[in-house]
Design a binder for this molecule. Structure first.
Ligand code: PEP
Ligand code: MN
Length: 363
């Protein structure tokens, strides 16, 4: 992807602080749009105003957004507050209307980014237009699909591009509305370090009481900003009422966040960190050597099993092994789920090594 590595437009907007976007889930009336914006203007960290104008709803007959009549209200917000404005687009028609009304930044929602046809339609419509676009992760936990959507826009010439992590739909809902699966946005960050990555705690949690926790987690993971649904009277919101907070609550949350930096200027600290890292490198190497040694023994077992015609998987042995490892690991203070994950992976590999050798022995 060709992303402006300096992201100078963003740096000058935020002064290298986390980018904060806030505003209601949906634009409901001129009064609601303007009054929310006037309250947000009082929070200096907030630089961009969000409001949904076309709302993709899971079920029909819910409020689907006010549509084009709400676009001039965003212009007014900009004039009155100086905040940049952003809204969700899902079709080429939405894009055209936003460009006509001077919306500053567009975003592609989670349902749309899951559909390459829709993303391509939007990308084609944006050829030759120099507008920032934010791409939410698709609702399903598919990093490639997310990257694909970003690439489609990038190939259409959009370089002011950002990703928004809003969590994923999963079968078993735990405490959040959408499972954050943090390793997915982290993998995106590793693959594209220059791509700004924002977190949407509102759609992850679905619950205003959990917003603060997820904001802090995003900052701890060195994400580049937050997009938070903010409404003057959250309980009366026409969409996503349970996850919206007031501008005052947003201000309190932002004030309480501890911001971390990726590197410290303190030489002693860097030295100490380096020392720890060398220890970690040594230990990781020992783990790799142990795995290699284990592999050679698994191969010996496989050859013995070939002679005796024994199956690769011996359930009882595996259950016993897992039980013992969990007991031993717990005594050492390791988390049970972690030990299970590791030994499941080690055992899967051991079965694979054995069945590969079985296959070879038949040739
Ligand atoms: C929204 O931001 O209001 C929205 C509809 O989000 P998502 O696409 O993440 O569901
Ligand atoms: Mn919403």
């Amino acid at each position: 992807m060709k992303i402006d590595p300096l992201q100078s437009w963003l740096a000058s907007l935020t002064n290298n602080e986390p980018l904060i976007i806030a505003g209601p889930c949906s634009a409901e009336s001129r009064d609601q749009v303007i009054s929310t914006a006037m309250a947000l203007k009082e929070i200096p960290a907030v630089k961009i105003y969000r409001a949904g104008i076309w709302k993709p709803r899971t079920r029909p007959n819910n409020f689907e957004g006010l549509g084009e009549i709400a676009l001039p209200w965003l212009c007014e917000v900009k004039k009155l507050t100086g905040l940049l404005t952003t809204t969700e687009v899902a079709t080429a028609k939405h894009v055209e209307m936003c460009l006509k009304h001077g919306v500053d930044i567009l975003w592609i929602g989670a349902r749309t980014s899951a559909n390459p046809f829709s993303v391509q339609e939007i990308a084609d419509c944006l050829k030759g237009v120099d507008i920032p676009v934010m791409v939410k992760n698709p609702i399903n936990a598919d990093l490639q699909l997310w990257i694909g959507a970003l690439e489609r826009l990038n190939q259409a010439g959009i370089t002011k591009i950002m990703a928004i992590h809003r969590g994923f739909s999963v079968a078993d809902k735990l405490e959040f509305r959408n499972d954050p699966l943090w390793r997915i946005p982290m993998e995106l960050k590793v693959k594209f370090p220059e791509l700004p990555l924002l977190c949407d705690p509102s759609h992850i949690t679905g619950d205003r009481n959990l917003i603060h926790r997820v904001c802090q987690k995003a900052m701890d993971l060195n994400m580049n900003g937050l997009i938070v649904e903010t409404h003057p009277a959250p309980d009366n919101a026409w969409s996503d009422a349970s996850q919206q907070i007031t501008p005052l609550q947003l201000k309190l949350i932002l004030n309480q966040l501890s911001f971390r930096v990726e590197h410290s200027g303190d030489a002693d600290f860097e030295l100490q960190l380096n020392n720890y890292r060398e220890q970690i490198d040594r230990l990781d190497n020992e783990i790799l050597h142990s795995l290699k040694l284990r592999k050679t023994i698994v191969e010996k077992i496989a050859n013995a099993k070939i002679t005796e015609n024994i199956t690769a998987l011996q359930r009882r042995r595996f259950d016993q092994l897992m039980k013992e490892r969990i007991e031993a690991g717990s005594k050492l203070g390791l988390e049970v789920s972690f030990i299970k994950e590791i030994f499941d992976a080690i055992h899967d590999q051991s079965i694979k090594i054995q069945t590969d050798l079985f296959e070879k022995s038949k040739k």
